[in-house]
Design a protein around this ligand. Structure first.
Ligand code: GSH
Length: 315
């Protein structure tokens, strides 16, 4: 049974961003628990933990809540440095690659995948994603643009092929940087995994002319790791309620907006799902901000966000 030390991943199986974390946990062969959250809102037992942040996945360890894969992967690496994913050559670069994979490449996956699903996409899902993005989730437009987006998608995939074929040091070529899988691979894997699992005929047609990428994808897919234990959202909430957040130094340093510990602030993603999460600032540095929150359901918790891609304002 999961306890205050367990990694608890709030996710759903078809979520590509969750797959990044699942792959990282497998590579590290870490045990973890999972809560299967609904694909659409509401998520009543998760919101007391995140303070309203509504994107997937969310990681919980006791009363510490990690929103966004950037901070989730950073925390997993910090707590469990072996097997190392932040390998020489991956530092910094991994997040640059994430910007590429999560941005334009992800958007081309969305158009191809939902254009392919077409009329089978449920109305409730469309409504939910319209609320998430603040824009129309226009299946007809995606259907129309999907052929052109396939070109875009393949162009991006072929960059992986180019990397795998290029600049070889001793033992390299199996992974994007060198002979071991690391964070750069985890980020680059996501769109290939999503396409393979939704429009396999298109993914396979692309991979036919990308044999190194096909082998790289298989190698990562073959990593076994541990089967997670599934727990209920209520159990996860109880874990948070019964735990205390990890001790952290209440510090800020050289904050461009001159935030100080103890200030009430609000944090939101800068792209979509812009829900402002309010709390008292505990700690901030260039890559992480931690808010202290109290709710009756979860009691005292710390919510962690990355800085890049998240806006912070005084509340
Ligand atoms: N920058 C976020 C992006 C997460 C994201 O957009 N996830 C998708 C699912 S894979 C999402 O939140 N969809 C809406 C939802 O699940 O409510 C991260 O890296 O975690």
């Amino acid at each position: 049974m999961a306890d205050a030390r367990s990694i608890i991943l709030h996710e759903y199986p078809s979520s590509p961003f969750s797959e990044k974390v699942r792959l990282a946990l497998k590579l590290k062969n870490l045990a973890y628990a999972r809560v299967e959250i609904p694909v659409i809102m509401p998520r009543p037992d998760l919101m007391p933990l995140t303070g309203g942040y509504r994107r997937t996945p969310v990681m919980q360890i006791g009363a510490d809540i990690y929103c966004d894969t950037a901070i989730i992967l950073r925390e997993i690496e910090a707590r469990y440095p072996l097997y190392a994913l932040k390998l020489p050559g991956h530092e910094g670069l991994a997040q640059m690659v994430a910007g590429w994979a999560d941005g334009r490449w992800f958007q081309s996956s969305v158009a191809v995948i939902f254009g392919h699903m077409g009329d089978s996409v449920p109305d409730a899902f469309i409504k939910d994603r319209e609320q998430l993005s603040g824009r129309a989730f226009n299946i007809e437009a995606m259907k129309a643009i999907a052929p052109m987006m396939k070109d875009q998608w393949r162009a991006r995939l072929m960059l992986i092929e180019e990397r795998l074929a290029g600049g070889k040091g001793a033992g390299s070529g199996n992974y994007l940087i060198g002979a071991k899988a690391g964070l750069v691979d985890v980020h680059a894997y996501m769109n290939v995994w999503w396409m393979k699992n939704t429009v396999p005929e298109f993914a396979d047609a692309c991979l036919e002319s990308a044999p190194l990428t096909a082998a790289w994808y298989r190698r990562l897919g073959d990593v076994e790791g541990q089967e997670p234990e599934t727990i209920s959202a209520k159990d996860a909430l109880a874990v948070a309620r019964d735990a205390a957040p990890r001790l952290v130094a209440a510090t800020t340093r050289n904050e461009p907006q001159e935030f100080s510990p103890g200030e009430p602030v609000a944090v939101a993603p800068d792209d979509y799902g812009q829900v402002w999460v309010e709390g008292e600032l505990v700690h901030a540095d260039s890559q992480r901000i931690i808010l202290h929150r109290f709710t009756p359901e979860a009691e005292t918790i710390h919510v962690h966000f990355p800085r890049a891609g998240f806006l912070v304002r005084r509340a």
